[in-house]
Design a binder for this molecule. Structure first.
Ligand SMILES: O=C(O)C1=C[C@@H](OP(=O)(O)O)[C@@H](O)[C@H](O)C1
Ligand SMILES: C=C(OP(=O)(O)O)C(=O)O
Length: 417
């Protein structure tokens, strides 16, 4: 199944963004550990949250977490520290996404986890039990999700946890988001050194929790404004907070450089409100940026900058190869179909110096079971009318109503086999 996209001349729309999956998934795990009976408010309805919700509600012997990286890592730590016996598995791609660093750390504090198929990768068989805690060291340069997973169970461990992160720390805003949310639920958890986090043993408090909408999802709407030509275009996005703890809220600064102004309806920093995005006439001669803290934004910026004719050098991309797909390869291949030659100039680095090739006659973007390939390339239909997106349903991983929102914004979306 493919979608054929035709963009409107002018976009003037209000988008009810999905709730953040990162915040939803943390809220669910902490809530379960708190024995909380008050359900978090505004939970995401995306696949990656549904799998955790279902697993926690039913706790079946075999938990299929599908393609959700956060859910796989967070549930592994949760199951290891909770009495009961389970196998946790996922999609074929999930079976290729490493989990050894997390399993090693959990085993070190007494967890009983065995690999069901291949060492270092899901599926896992977990016999949950009370864990002691103590001091552990984990690599900080593979996935911050291992660290968040360990942190969230830490207050429930008899000895608490001192976690030392080795190597370069990637995706740090996601670790800070975890710590903030833990503290919201009463935990005593903080950075005690530049590379060390200390968590005291202390029961989580029961409380209600409101989930902010998703800044990562907002990025595709910013991209549409950069690529559009109509000066009157205006997009309103609901449920976002000035002073958000989501690392991807940095898009409001990044897109400011690309000529999109963000205005919050209310200035109260922690109250979700509607933001208005409007084009202003600015275009940088080039953009060099280290995406170490916003890995999920790379696809948006590669497509957006190239199509806006802004040469770039993006670094900090070393983790992209172990996400939903190898995003570095996927970007190089699909951008070529649009006529742009993106080069992997070093490990973890993608550059574009303006080099072009002949675009394909019939452009079909492959999505590689990666929601962000579909969503980052959809705005390219503004420049390439009739652009096709293969397997468009992949968006349900984080933004199930993405295509409905595009239709409401005036895009014409036809289906094709
Ligand atoms: O903790 C989280 O919610 C996430 C952390 C990031 O993963 P890595 O830490 O593996 O970069 C990010 O890419 C993912 O979409 C969500
Ligand atoms: C990397 C992502 O998700 P996860 O690692 O949670 O599967 C993502 O949503 O871009």
């Amino acid at each position: 199944m493919k979608y054929i996209l035709t963009a409107p001349e002018r976009i003037n729309t209000t988008v009810n963004l999905p709730a953040s999956k990162s915040v939803s998934n943390r809220a669910l795990i902490i809530n379960a550990l708190a024995g909380n009976t008050i359900k978090p408010d505004n939970l995401s309805d995306c696949d990656d949250t549904e799998v955790i919700l279902d697993a926690l509600e039913r706790m079946p012997a075999v938990i299929d977490i599908k393609a959700a990286g956060t859910a796989m890592r967070f549930m592994t730590a949760y199951l290891a520290a909770t009495p009961g016996e389970h196998t946790i598995t996922g999609t074929e791609r999930m079976k290729q996404r490493p989990i050894k660093a997390l399993v090693d750390a959990l085993r070190y504090i007494g967890a009983d986890i065995t690999y069901v198929e291949r060492d270092g990768y899901p599926p896992l068989h977990i016999r949950g039990r009370k864990l002691e805690g103590g001091h552990i060291e984990v690599p900080g340069d593979i996935s911050s999700q291992y660290i968040s997973a360990l942190l969230m169970i830490a207050p429930t461990l008899a000895g608490g946890l001192e976690l030392k992160l080795n190597g370069e720390i990637i995706s740090r805003p996601y670790i800070d988001l975890t710590l903030c949310m833990m503290r919201d639920f009463g935990a005593d958890a903080e950075w005690s050194d530049v590379d060390t986090i200390s968590v005291k043993p202390k029961a989580y408090a029961q409380r209600g929790f409101y989930i902010e909408n998703d800044w990562s999802a907002a990025s595709y709407w910013y991209e549409m404004l950069v690529l559009g030509h109509d000066e009157e275009s205006e997009i309103m996005l609901t449920g976002l907070t000035d002073g958000s703890r989501q690392g991807d809220s940095a898009v409001k600064y990044l897109f400011n450089m690309l000529g999109v102004r963000t205005t919050f309806k209310t200035r109260e920093r922690n109250v979700p409100t509607t933001v208005t995005l409007k084009r202003v006439e600015t275009k940088p001669p080039r953009l060099d940026y280290d995406f170490i803290n916003q890995p999920d934004m790379v696809q948006t910026f590669v497509v957006c900058c190239a199509l806006a004719d802004i040469p770039f050098r993006f670094t900090g991309l070393s983790t992209l190869k172990i996400k939903e797909t190898d995003r570095v390869e996927a970007l190089k291949t699909e951008m070529r179909k649009l006529g742009y030659i993106i080069r992997e100039t070093d490990i973890g680095e993608l550059s574009w110096d303006g080099e072009r090739c002949e675009p394909a006659d019939d452009i079909v973007i492959n999505t590689y079971e990666d929601h962000r390939m579909a969503m980052a390339f959809a705005p390219a239909s503004i420049t390439f009318p009739g652009l096709k997106i293969d397997n468009p349903q992949v968006v349900s991983k984080s933004y199930p109503h993405f295509w409905d929102d595009l239709r409401q914004a005036g895009f014409i979306i036809d289906g094709a086999e």
